[in-house]
Design a protein. Sequence first.
Length: 449
Amino acid sequence: MPPKTPSAFACTECGWTTGKWVGRCGECQAWGTVDAVGASSRSGRTSAAPVSTPAVPIAQVAATEAAAVGSGIPELDRVLGGGVVAGAVMLMAGEPGVGKSTLLLEVAARWARAGRRTLYVSGEESAAQVRLRAERTGALADELFLAAETDLGGLLTHIDAVKPSLLIVDSVQTIGSSAIEGVPGGVTQVREVAATVIGRAKAEGIATLLVGHVTKDGSVAGPRVLEHLVDVVLQFEGDRTSRLRLLRATKNRFGPVDEIGCFDLVDAGIVEVPDPTGLFVSRHESPVPGTCVTVTMEGRRPLLAEVQALTVAATTPSPRRSSSGLDSSRVAMLLAVLSKTGVSLGNQDVYTASVGGARLHEPSVDLAVALAVISAAGGSPLPGGLVAIGEVGLAGEVRPVRGLEARLREAARIGFTHAIVPRGTEDLGRVGLNVLRTGDLAAALRALP
């Protein structure tokens, strides 16, 4: 008899079902993720079975097993919500070359130096290559075990032999199972490898860090179910032209998702940056035209950043508008608002940029960008010790932004004395500097000290 035709097909990414096979999911638009699920079983056929542990009142569940342990890297602990939890599975994704392996090797070394056994499994590099990097960055430790493995069965054997309290797999897309069809990195293989490793981590209380590849748009490669299975999803970000690296959590079952960790990429590896403000603010002996300092919020952390503007006479009929580190469409809107309020920019090339490679896309930097352009166009510097915070609307009004008090306290800590902020933010408490409130751009210029 010919084999029975499957009665249903489902997307392995989002669960969308259809009665016939298609190459592209009709829900999430992913290609090659629709597989046969076979005939659906009759309802009511599943019978009761023994349970692994009985249900108990929630107040009687011991919370000590989920207590966080410091990793030895405070910036990582800040993002995780206090530290690493036994049995937790964390997925770290980032672009190639951003420093994921270097950071995790440092995590493994510091964890091992505390007397806790660590297993680092590399599927992309040989053991000798990882050893050379560890020697260069000073990440050698007696309790740190290293293995180069690409087979899932071999990975499980290493876990049984070493019995680590921390497992690092670099990366999950390079591990494959001979019992599953497909090549390593495919949807089916990644799902099987992740489910097996997560099951072992939960059963034995092994804290696990998985490295994941990313696609061209920056999302985690592989099935979306991978992000659902893990406890924490971390994104390691950084511009190739900048030394600063940011670690942020997009999912965290043990803590907040609005914290960031800052790291500096140096010749000896990656080091923590507890106070990254100096990377984004240049030092001038005296105020210069076209510069203004603002305070942005990266998660819950306020960071000072400097924006710069330059205006020169245009040599072509169409003046040039160029931005670096800023949202070009938002800068174009601000230039239109400035032109409407009387600032002549029609025959000027306008260049705007952030300092230190910072990417400033938050609306709160609007006021600083506008003041920097006005200062550059007029050739007069803004007063020293000034920060500007506020969103600018199309009518030229200055709107409030979130976390204003925390931003002002950070500016006062660095040594700034004056701040221009939106009107309607009177309840700020004692922030340690002179606050000037404004309702529009014209009022902001008049309020300058």
